[in-house]
Design a protein around this ligand. Structure first.
Ligand SMILES: *Cc1c(COP(=O)(O)O)cnc(C)c1O
Length: 321
């Protein structure tokens, strides 16, 4: 197994949300991966400790990845590359989609993560909006182009969701277990490319802690990819969880109109968390996940002791244009 570089402060904080707990009649906590202390925070820092470790081990000079233009992953990847003297190239689209194309636009293409990428010097290539598959192809073309120039390239899948990314979140699950003497009944977390949910599920499967993924990407078949990722984790860790797609709770009811498009319930959830707790959430992931948590709590579907896993994403609040 490849080594891990050090990027984040761990453990990230875990604290109770007292006012929302009493409003919702829950014992509600938050795991603050928005406060990793690295590059404006977010869940990708953990994955990057493993991914950059692997890139350095293969002697890479350049890292190529892809994502939406306001990708939190590319921002954190760019910062991690800076830290280790790697070049960072990213294929992006304003709003990659799963057909059919959503009828509305996402958040702005300027400010937010795009500004931070520019400051970092990420080689950001912007392609016309198309499907995720087309975006992956653009990234592969960029990687080949660099290799033809003689550069050694490390390829990172969207969101850092390789087996090593999932391993980082299995380790994050272990971190939470050590932080709280009393186990949680449920973890609610935003889920998209899947290594966050997969790693946590791999760690907590077979315990009393249920991992509830709130989809931020309207693709019902994603749990099949999560199960595949989990099989790689079985191999990496020697822990045979043999997870199947149905072992992943992946709720599609809170995506709204599509990936990258703020939802009404998400906007309400962002305001509620801010006004009750002074806690900021983002419009693409954590706000939608929190909207899911609120809806589940209000319909009595959440058990007593719950942790909301805050995955970060806050620069997206400042997207403009
Ligand atoms: C990437 C991201 C997620 C989703 O994590 P995956 O591992 O890709 O499923 C959730 N929240 C934020 C803020 C993110 O940037």
């Amino acid at each position: 197994m490849s080594s891990r570089v050090s990027l984040i402060q761990r453990p990230t904080p875990l604290h109770r949300l007292d006012r929302l707990s009493s409003e919702l009649q829950l014992d509600l906590w938050v795991k603050r991966d928005d406060l990793t202390g690295f590059a404006f925070g977010g869940n990708k820092g953990r994955k990057l400790e493993r991914l950059i470790g692997a890139a350095l081990e293969m002697g890479a000079e350049t890292v190529v990845s892809c994502g939406s233009l306001q990708s939190n992953f590319i921002r954190q990847l760019g910062a991690a590359c800076s830290r280790f003297g790697l070049r960072c190239v990213a294929a992006t689209m304003s709003l990659p989609f799963s057909p059919p194309r959503p009828p509305v636009a996402g958040i702005g293409d300027a400010g937010g993560n795009v500004l931070l990428d520019e400051i970092l010097g990420v080689d950001l290539r912007v392609f016309p909006d198309d499907t995720w598959e087309t975006l992956y192809q653009h990234a592969e073309d960029l990687a080949l182009e660099r290799e033809e120039r003689g550069e050694k390239v490390y390829r990172v899948p969207v969101g850092g969701s390789s087996p090593l990314g999932a391993l980082a979140f299995r380790e994050a699950g272990e971190e939470l277990s050590h932080q709280s003497v009393r186990p949680f009944d449920a973890i609610v977390v935003a889920s998209s490319s899947g290594s966050t949910q997969t790693g946590l599920t791999h760690w907590f499967h077979g315990t009393g802690t249920r991992v509830i993924g709130i989809a931020c990407d309207p693709e019902p078949e994603l749990p099949e990819e999560f199960a595949e990722l989990a099989h790689h984790l079985d191999d990496l860790t020697g822990v045979r969880q043999s997870l199947k797609p149905e072992d992943f709770t992946f709720l599609l009811d809170y995506v709204g109109r599509g990936y990258g498009i703020p939802s009404e319930a998400g906007t309400v959830a962002i305001r509620r968390a801010a006004r009750a707790e002074g806690l900021f959430l983002d419009p693409i992931y954590s706000g939608k996940a929190f909207a899911g948590l609120l809806a589940l709590a209000e319909s009595g579907e959440l058990p007593g002791r719950v942790v909301f896993w805050h995955t970060g994403g806050l620069p997206a609040l400042f997207a403009t244009g």
